[in-house]
Each structure stands twice: as structure tokens, then as C-alpha cells.
Ligand binder design. Structure first.
Ligand SMILES: N[C@@H](CCC(=O)N[C@@H](CS)C(=O)NCC(=O)O)C(=O)O
Length: 362
């Protein structure tokens, strides 16, 4: 397959970790210069977009990995136990939709990190493809990314300590887990691990400032990143935990307080037709963040899986997810439908970006 993406892209790294694990060969191609093909094939320009050898196009790491995995033989990365599977999906969604802001903040707010990222993107995507002088291209990249995904996504002097802290919290929770087992939900990997590779591989584990923090503060996480990158399926059945333990419960509380808080407020803003809203998470206000129709769909997916669980599993999960923010998973409140992918064709549908046409609009 052809994977259109970048060596420093969050979701490309997530997909690549999975492809390497499954031994699925791929070529990495640049998105720049191929925008028309991507738009007509997948409906969006984003990273990653995949062209299969049979000519079909697909995008969006979450449904892509689910589809690829459905063609694999056991052991699967989606836990057979419905409770653990739901926990894994919650972790994947937190990695995709919550940690992104913090990862973009570390990459584009810190001078050394943004210089490294801009140089890498220039060399990979722009040099030789677009007739733009290097220093102009670097400045444009920094302005686009910092303006859109950091300042334009609510990270300012007031919210910055929380955007820093949210990464440290993720590290501390994972470090505690990897002190007792090799992967998030056991001694074999699940979709929770592949999801967490998005932020941890190509941003936090690679950008100079957060990578230094990871090595010193959470060496077990640093080791897990390498373990995931070098992983091949084990023989035999998955070896997963039989019960959710206290270190995982604490991680789930963090996930509810952050990602599920964002989901509730984003869905409400979308319902009111607001393009931007003030997002309050753990007492910090991220001002004027862009509302996302794509994320309303993510919430719908979680609620759909929830509603398919038996009453016993729902009750067992409710006993674990005690943070008030968790109720968005089962509340009977009406959420304005995203009307995205209504025929459940993803990852082969005409996709939408997380924000507008890619970058949060100014
Ligand atoms: N939901 C998608 C998100 C893909 C995505 O947003 N990728 C980023 C880069 S890692 C992107 O292409 N952003 C749009 C842009 O920068 O224009 C997925 O999981 O694959």
C-alpha cells in the first residue's frame, strides 16, 4: 500500500506502528503535490491517507486499523472481553482526540522543537516539490502550525501550564502501568497501545523537549515506545489482565476528566452551531477552541459501542468510571447528530478533517 503522510506525523506513526506489527509492507509518500489525488480518493488532505494495491482509498487511522485488523488471524488487538475492549477504545480515543493539543503545543511552542519540526517537514514535503525559499517555507510552516493548532486551539499563557501538565499526567499513568506489565492492558498489545503510539512515537518520544522529559521522568514509557516499534505478534492467545487494576482506574479517571469533558462541551457547541467555544478541563479554560464535527462522530462511536454492551458490563464499567465526566457515555441527553459517515462506510467513505479543511480557521 501507499501511505501518504510524514515521518513526523502523529497519526501516520500510529498507523505505521500497526503496519510494522502486522508485517504489512507500505511505501511512505508525501501529501504535498498529491493533494488532488487524495481529495478525489479519500475526500480529504490529511495524514495518513492510504491507497491500496487494488486502487481503493482509505483514511482515518481508527477505522483503518479496525478494518485491517478484521482481515487478520488471531491473536487480535481488540480484546475479546467487552469491558476491556471498551476500555481500550476509550484509551485510543483519548490518545487521538485529547493528547493532540498538548503534542502540538510541545512541538510548536518550544523554539528548538519548532525549528526541528519545520526543518523536517521542509526537507520531507516541500524541498524540490514547491518553489519556495527555505527560510520563507520554515516561517510559513511555523506560523501555520503554531497559529492554527496551538494559539488557535486555545493554548495561551493561561492554559499553557495545563497543556504541559496533561503530557506529564499521561507519562505518569503509563509509567505506573509499565512498572507492572509490558503493555497497557496486559502482556500483549491492544488497540490502546497502538492508539497511544500516535502521541508517544512521533511527537513526545521524538521532539527534543518532550523526549528528554520522557527519558528522565518515564523511562518505562520510552522503552515501551521502542518495544512497540519492534513488535511482532506473539504465538498463542492474547495475555491480558483479568480485572482493571488501580493504576488503570487512575488513568481512566484522567481520561474522563479530559477527553470526555472535551467531548461533552464540543458536542454542545456543535449542537448550538458555535464555530468556537470556551473549553474548561480540570479547572483550566482553553479559550475559543474550534468545534469539531469529526469529534462529535467519535463520541457517537463510543456511545454506540456502549449501547451495545450488556447491562452487566455497563454496570461494571460505571463502577470503574466514577468521574462525573464519564456520564456522557450513557446520558440520555440528545446530541445533535454529526451526520458524518451515516452508512458506516469508514475508512472507505469521503472523509472529513478533524477541523474545517485541516487547520482550525482563524
Ligand atoms: N482522525 C484522523 C486525523 C488525521 C490528522 O488530522 N492528521 C494530521 C497530521 S498528523 C493532519 O493531517 N492535519 C491536517 C493539516 O495539518 O492540514 C486520523 O486518525 O487519521
Amino acid at each position: 500500500m501507499q501511505v501518504y503522510g510524514s515521518r513526523i506525523s502523529y497519526y501516520t506513526g500510529k498507523l505505521e506502528a500497526y503496519l510494522r506489527y502486522r508485517g504489512i509492507p507500505y511505501d511512505l509518500k508525501p501529501t504535498v503535490g498529491n493533494e488532488k489525488k487524495l481529495l478525489s480518493g479519500a475526500g480529504v488532505v490529511q495524514m495518513p491517507v492510504v491507497e491500496l494495491t487494488d486502487g481503493r482509498w482509505m483514511t482515518d487511522s481508527t477505522p483503518m486499523i479496525a478494518w485491517l485488523e478484521s482481515g487478520q488471524s488471531a491473536p487480535g488487538i481488540f480484546p475479546a472481553d467487552p469491558l476491556l475492549n471498551f476500555v481500550a477504545l476509550l484509551i485510543e480515543d483519548y490518545a487521538d482526540e485529547w493528547l493532540w493539543r498538548s503534542a502540538m503545543h510541545y512541538r510548536w511552542s518550544y523554539r528548538t522543537d519548532r525549528q526541528y519540526a519545520a526543518e523536517t517537514l521542509y526537507n520531507e514535503l516541500i524541498k524540490g516539490a514547491l518553489p519556495i525559499p527555505r527560510f520563507i517555507a520554515l516561517n510559513r510552516l511555523k506560523t501555520r502550525q503554531r497559529g492554527g493548532f496551538v494559539l488557535g486551539d486555545g493554548v495561551n499563557d493561561k492554559s499553557r501550564p495545563h497543556a504541559d501538565r496533561t503530557y506529564l499526567n499521561a507519562l505518569d499513568h503509563l509509567q505506573a502501568i509499565f512498572e507492572v506489565r509490558s503493555f497497557i492492558l496486559g502482556n500483549t498489545p491492544t488497540i490502546a497501545d497502538f492508539g497511544m503510539m500516535g502521541p508517544m512515537l512521533r511527537h513526545f518520544g521524538q521532539d527534543p523537549t518532550p523526549a528528554e522529559i520522557m527519558r528522565n521522568r518515564a523511562p518505562a514509557v520510552y522503552e515501551w515506545v521502542a518495544r512497540m516499534w519492534n513488535l511482532k505478534p506473539a504465538e498463542g492467545a492474547p495475555d491480558l489482565i483479568g480485572a482493571v487494576d488501580p493504576c488503570l482506574v487512575r488513568f481512566l479517571t484522567e481520561i474522563c476528566e479530559t477527553n470526555l469533558a472535551q467531548h461533552r462541551q464540543n458536542a454542545a457547541a456543535f449542537g448550538h452551531g458555535d464555530g468556537r467555544y470556551d473549553l474548561t478541563v480540570q479547572g483550566t479554560c482553553y479559550e475559543k477552541v474550534p468545534a469539531s464535527r469529526y469529534r462529535v462522530w467519535c463520541l457517537e462511536q463510543l456511545r454506540r459501542v456502549w449501547s451495545g454492551l450488556s447491562a452487566d458490563v455497563q454496570a461494571a464499567l460505571q463502577a470503574l468510571l466514577t468521574a462525573p465526566e464519564a456520564t456522557i457515555l450513557w446520558d440520555s441527553i440528545s446530541i445533535k447528530p454529526s451526520e458524518y459517515d451515516v452508512t458506516s462506510a469508514a475508512p472507505f467513505n469521503k472523509a472529513i478533517n478533524v477541523f474545517g479543511t485541516g487547520v482550525p480557521p482563524h
